[in-house]
Ligand binder design. Structure first.
Ligand SMILES: Nc1ncnc2c1ncn2[C@@H]1O[C@H](COP(=O)(O)OP(=O)(O)OP(=O)(O)O)[C@@H](O)[C@H]1O
Length: 336
């Protein structure tokens, strides 16, 4: 999927108000791509362009090499069957049972017999863990269960792409994790491309391979999740990272004002996270360290650690060079 210089404006009271400007982006088949941004950044607009719920005002949007903005009605209908979507508020039909909600897109497509539809619905409900709830109505389900119905319905027509519009924003943290696990499993097992938008860093950190940060209708930073979030460059990305880590960098710098030594941040990734590098290098170089801040976490399946250290004594330059040669990233936060 390729966005080429995509622009989108909305006409409001006779004026064109830009919502997206100059979006250039490639999303690879089979990846989970996240878009993060604050309210009004343009996330919903961007995701809704992919199935042409909104039309771009300019630029090209290629899927499998075809510019979908030029599709006629038939091609567009076929495209939409290849793209499933789930929503923040689930958008289930309240007067239909769980099974009928999931069957709905199959009946619309009109290609399957009754028996085939029933079999497909049973298979989808089993996949999302709702087999026992087939004859319930949406009002009898929890939020997480409703989103599972949404996922089963979105998968009914065997899409290649799944769009998730703030799909976990109405759910509590535990339910969010279980829905994200289900999405990751679907991505792995069905090879589906997932594009999700969110304002929550943790969602991106948990399942995305790559991320784009949107601000004011533009992509301000994008790349592999670990690169973008461990070494954020743009102020908006830095704020998302700080919010998710509950860290106020200014406050922290004030706290460190009275700590002697050179202050550095070390980032460990993958297997290096569990290596006893710190002690070894400190000993070899005669450097003392105090740990000022730190966290160990995972980005998707990869562990990482970040430590803020004050270094004193010994050969600090040699220690920093050793850290780098051991594969850690070293950022100088304050010279002595
Ligand atoms: N149908 C519309 N008509 C007019 N303006 C719109 C319309 N939809 C979105 N906008 C405007 O376009 C900009 C981007 O909105 P969009 O909904 O894409 O952002 P968002 O990042 O998804 O925000 P949120 O998380 O609040 O939904 C905003 O300034 C919004 O007011």
């Amino acid at each position: 999927m390729q966005f080429k210089n995509i622009h989108k404006s909305y006409r409001v009271s006779g004026q064109d108000i830009p919502a997206l400007s100059g979006i250039d982006l490639t999303i690879n088949p089979g990846e989970i791509f996240g878009m993060i941004g604050h309210s009004g950044a343009g996330k919903s607009t961007l995701v809704r362009l992919i199935n042409l719920l909104e039309r771009p005002s300019g630029g090209e949007l290629l899927i499998d090499g075809d510019d979908i903005t030029r599709f006629d009605d038939d091609a567009l209908r076929a495209l939409r069957r290849r793209i499933g979507m789930i929503f923040q508020h689930f958008n289930l039909l309240s007067s239909k049972t769980v099974a009928d909600n999931v069957a709905f897109p199959l009946r619309l497509a009109g290609k399957k017999s009754r028996a085939e539809t029933d079999a497909r619905v049973a298979e989808l409900l089993a996949r999302v863990g709702l087999s026992e709830h087939a004859s319930k109505y949406p009002s009898q389900l929890s939020g997480g269960q409703k989103q599972r119905v949404g996922i089963a319905r979105a998968l009914a027509t065997e899409p290649k792409i799944l769009l998730c519009d703030e799909a976990t924003s109405a759910l509590d943290p535990q339910t969010t994790q279980s829905v994200l696990r289900l999405l990751a499993e679907i991505n792995r097992e069905l090879g589906l491309t997932i594009v999700l938008i969110t304002h929550e860093m943790d969602v991106i950190r948990t399942i995305c391979d790559r991320v784009a940060v949107l601000d004011g209708g533009k992509i301000v930073e994008h790349g592999p999740v670990a690169d973008v979030f461990l070494h954020p460059k743009h102020i908006t990305t830095k704020r998302f990272v700080q919010e998710s880590e509950h860290v106020d960098e200014n406050e922290q710098n004030d706290d460190f004002a009275h700590v002697p030594g050179r202050i550095v941040r070390l980032t460990f990734r993958g297997e290096a996270t569990y290596e006893p590098v710190l002690g070894k290098v400190a000993r070899d170089c005669g450097v003392d360290f105090s740990i000022l801040a730190g966290r160990i976490d995972r980005i998707k399946d990869t562990p990482y650690g970040q430590l803020t250290l004050a270094l004193t004594g010994g050969d600090i330059d040699a220690a920093l060079a050793r850290f780098e040669s051991e594969g850690l990233t070293v950022e100088a936060l304050r010279d002595a």
